[in-house]
Design a binder for this molecule. Structure first.
Ligand code: SF4
Length: 185
């Protein structure tokens, strides 16, 4: 599987989109209205180590499942849709393929799209790991929805998240402040 776990983190500056390896995905939606604000391009990455009880997408768990997808093709699809507000990385666990996603997020943001990333890791876990690839994806993320899915805290009234323990984190503000700043509409 092409991914970037701790210990295989690539060069310090990360890869450009042309150098980025292909992504392994469970699927993608070219237009969604439920995975963040506005109309969004959603990539469901393949592979997840968290195994949350009650997970709605267990087919995304095996790292060798899904299919290979070409980042440049997906970027072209995003740029061709003038109605998109942003791109969402969901899962699976996007941070298993942090370098490839950071390389895709960079030109997407440069074209005016915002980036939301869903992860089963908590903000504290991601920061404590001091993983360069994880930090590169954080640096290209506008809003992080963090934490594993807790079935006993689920609610369909929660906006853009499945269980109450998960947080919508404003990443640029949090990195600047050195503490969690929640996203506000
Ligand atoms: S992090 Fe998401 S995809 Fe992974 S097991 Fe939990 S709910 Fe499922």
């Amino acid at each position: 599987m092409r991914r970037s776990p701790p210990g295989d983190r690539g060069p310090e500056g990360g890869r450009g989109l042309r150098e980025a390896v292909g992504l392994r995905i469970a699927g993608r939606l070219r237009e969604s209205i439920v995975d963040g604000p506005g109309l969004r391009y959603v990539i469901f990455t393949q592979g997840c180590p968290h195994r949350c009880e009650g997970c709605h997408n267990p087919h995304t768990w095996p790292p060798d499942g899904g299919e290979e997808a070409e980042p440049e093709t997906m970027l072209a699809e995003m740029k061709a849709d003038a109605l998109l507000r942003g791109v969402t990385f969901s899962g699976g666990e996007p941070f298993l393929q942090a370098d490839a996603l950071a390389a895709l997020a960079r030109p997407a943001r440069a074209s005016g799209l915002d980036v939301w990333t869903y992860t089963g890791y908590t903000w504290e876990e991601l920061r404590a790991a001091e993983d360069p690839a994880w930090n590169r994806l954080l640096a290209e993320t506008d809003v992080l929805v963090d934490g594993r899915y807790h079935r006993d805290e689920r609610s369909y009234r929660l906006r853009f998240r499945g269980s109450a323990n998960q947080r919508l984190i404003d990443v640029p503000k949090s990195l600047a402040a050195g503490e969690i700043v929640l996203w506000e509409t």
